[in-house]
Every structure is written in structure tokens, then in C-alpha cells.
Design a binder for this molecule. Structure first.
Ligand SMILES: [Fe+2]
Ligand SMILES: [Fe+2]
Length: 265
């Protein structure tokens, strides 16, 4: 990677980090109103969803390993991984605390769940660093959309504490999305044709990580049901805003690659 691009990445990271430090830090212990938690009102759907997303966030070690393996020698991207990992670590933890403090899961159940989830391994779905950066951009926005819908569900059913948790997590996911969008924009400036080809490929083949990860088919079906993300929502809430943020339209994207036919598997 050329030095100019590395320097641009660094400026982008400094902006991201400054915003995070100044406006976005939150504490699991101080910023969630645990005293307002109503333990007398369990909700099976909300609890199962929180557990599922807690599980997706629990693959953090694999996400981080991959990120550092691909980008660890690039100063800005390595430091991003360190900061990003800290922020992501709170996401599974706050959902876990919610399940425990609301009395919907015991400590033992949560340890069993962690054992089951971490027995699996997340493998990166794309080979090249640039494809993985694009994948990260789409993944963060998908996660944001998922948490936004969970927040609405929590508000509609009167679970304010959980709604507030999803607000805090969702705000982080949106900040991550924006960082990745800026990084991909820099790649577009550097190699437009190559980056557009990668973008088209990832947008066409993107899968939620949990689709490959979660231990059984029932869990996957539950996840897809609970996210509310279908093909139409994917195009409207994920593909369209991504292209717009990059000042692109779908006409800028090249057609499908000829071979290999499906690099996801
Ligand atoms: Fe997260
Ligand atoms: Fe994130």
C-alpha cells in the first residue's frame, strides 16, 4: 500500500478517535439505568434476540484476529482495531448483563451459552484486505439496522432500559460504519475500478456472520426472523445508503464476476 494512502488512513483514524473520545464514550456501569430494570416483566422474544446478538458479538476474538492479521502492520488500521475491539467488547457484555440482571438468564446459563458459541470459529468470508474492509462497512451498517429494529421493539413493548442499551450500541455501530465508509472512499480515490469491482462483489454476496456461525438451524432461523432483514430491507436500508454515502449509484457497479462462482463458501 502506498504511503499517501497510509497517511490518509491515519488522518481518518484520528478524526474517528477524537469523535469517539469526545462524544461517544459510555460506561456499562454508569450509563445504563439498571435500577429502572423491571425484573417482573420478562419477554421471551426480546431475551432470545438479546442472547442471539450477544452471541454474534462474542466472536470478537475471531474478528480481531482477522483484522490484525490483515491490517496489523498498518498503524492507523491496527490502532483502529484496538479501539474498535474495546467498543465491541462492551456490546456483548452489556447484553449479557441485561439478561442476567433482568433475571431472564442465570450466570450458569450464560457461561454455558458462551461455551457453545465460542466452540465455533468465525472464518473471514473474503480473501483480500480491501474486500474485508468493504465487508466490515456492510456488516457494521447491517448491525446498526438490526439494533435499530430491536430498539423500536423494546420501546413498543415498554422495555426502556433495553431500548437504551440498543441506542448506545447502535450509535457505536453507526460510527464504525462511517469510519469504514471513509476508508472505502479513500480506496476509491486510489483505485476506482478495482474498488468498484470489490464493492459490487461484496454487496452481491454479503451474508450476516451469524448465518454461518450460530450453532444450529433453529438459531439461524430465529436470528433472521428477529432481524427483520430480508432482500428488500437489505437493498433499501443497507445497499442504497452505502452507495449514497460513497457518492455512487448502482450503475457505477460492474457486473458479477465470472469465476469462481461463489467465493463465500
Ligand atoms: Fe457491535
Ligand atoms: Fe461495530
Amino acid at each position: 500500500m502506498n504511503r499517501e494512502l497510509r497517511e490518509s488512513f491515519h488522518r481518518e483514524y484520528m478524526t474517528f478517535f477524537e469523535n469517539a473520545e469526545r462524544t461517544r464514550r459510555w460506561s456499562l456501569f454508569n450509563d445504563v439505568d439498571w435500577n429502572a430494570l423491571d425484573t417482573a416483566r420478562p419477554d421471551d422474544t426480546l431475551a432470545t434476540n438479546a442472547e442471539t446478538f450477544c452471541g454474534v458479538e462474542m466472536f470478537l476474538p475471531d474478528y480481531l484476529n482477522t483484522h490484525l492479521e490483515l491490517f496489523g502492520r498498518d498503524y492507523a488500521q491496527a490502532w483502529f482495531a484496538a479501539n474498535w475491539g474495546y467498543e465491541e467488547s462492551k456490546h456483548s457484555l452489556v447484553l449479557r448483563e441485561y439478561l442476567r440482571r433482568s433475571g431472564q438468564r442465570t450466570e450458569e446459563q450464560l457461561h454455558d451459552y458462551a461455551d457453545t458459541v465460542l466452540a465455533q470459529r468465525w472464518e473471514r468470508p473474503y480473501a483480500s484486505p480491501r474486500e474485508m474492509l468493504i465487508y466490515g462497512m456492510i456488516q457494521e451498517l447491517t448491525t446498526f439496522v438490526v439494533y435499530r429494529s430491536q430498539r423500536t421493539l423494546a420501546i413498543d413493548t415498554g422495555h426502556e432500559v433495553l431500548a437504551d442499551i440498543y441506542r448506545l450500541i447502535g450509535r457505536d455501530e453507526m460510527a464504525h460504519t462511517k469510519f469504514y465508509q471513509h476508508m472505502v472512499a479513500l480506496h476509491l480515490d486510489d483505485d476506482r475500478a478495482g474498488t468498484l469491482a470489490d464493492l459490487a462483489h461484496v454487496l452481491r454476496t454479503f451474508r450476516m456472520p451469524a448465518e454461518q456461525l450460530l450453532p444450529n438451524a433453529d438459531a439461524r432461523a430465529e436470528l433472521m426472523r428477529s432481524t427483520g432483514i430480508n432482500a428488500q430491507v437489505y437493498l433499501r436500508d443497507i445497499v442504497a445508503p452505502t452507495l449514497s454515502a460513497l457518492h455512487l449509484t448502482r450503475h457505477d457497479l460492474p457486473g458479477p464476476r465470472q469465476s469462481p462462482p461463489d467465493r463465500m463458501r
